[in-house]
Design a protein around this ligand. Sequence first.
Ligand code: FE
Ligand code: FE
Ligand code: ZN
Length: 280
Amino acid sequence: MIYIGCHLSITDGYLAMGKTMSRFGGNTFAWFTRNPRGGRTKPVIPEDVAGLLGHLSKEGFGPLVAHGSYTMNLCSAKEETRANGLDMLTQDLARMELLPGNFYNFHPGAHTGQGEETGIRQIADALNRVMRPDMKTTVLLETMAGKGSEIGGTFEQLREIIDRVECREHIGVCFDTCHVWDGGYDIVHDPDGVLQHFDDVIGLERLKAVHFNDSKNVCGSHKDRHEKLGQGFLGMEAMKRIALHPALQGRPFILETPNDDEGYIAEIHTVLEWMEADQG
Ligand code: FE
Ligand code: FE
Ligand code: ZN
């Protein structure tokens, strides 16, 4: 089985997200650690965090997948942007320790003209400054669509970052189905081949979470526009094969599809039905 849930707003706090996801029928979720446009975070209320931790264990949730800010770019050509990114990463990871055992996913970054090699080195350097051997969080690099100067559009680039990270046991990858497809990996016609390639280059044991999105564009478009399950170029049959793929079982699957609450509830139930039917 997999864990299924969607991206939620943290506006009403941590426990509220857990309760919302239970109402939606899911057993994992994601949230932005701060306003997606960057900026400040609200102070954490200890009782709220304790409330969520109790809820997660009572309801049998899988690992959660927090999402770093889109404005965090650890490999920008601008030094100020890189410094800001390092601050955000430091604060986000400190906060994640209040929720031990979960995942913190972020977009590796865009090298903005500095070149791939410099970008990869700067991302790894930032991680090495903040990650600690005794941390309770696993940091996930998200697979990207390879838009513009984005790093992470190929499995090889992610592998190169991982190779430079010192706290090797706390680093992994979040596999975004829309991004991988847009990046040129044909998970519709050859899911086994793509996952085999991932295993060869990075190792499937590092694939810790999935962003479960259909795509508005064709394979290799490098666009990154998410679509509702079954309404894009991946299509419902391919999405189902991915959710039930033996190599991906046990992972949290996060919907980042363009939906309102009702849409998310429907997609979560679709995935739950696939799993029930699969178990016979
Ligand atoms: Fe993302
Ligand atoms: Fe994603
Ligand atoms: Zn995306």
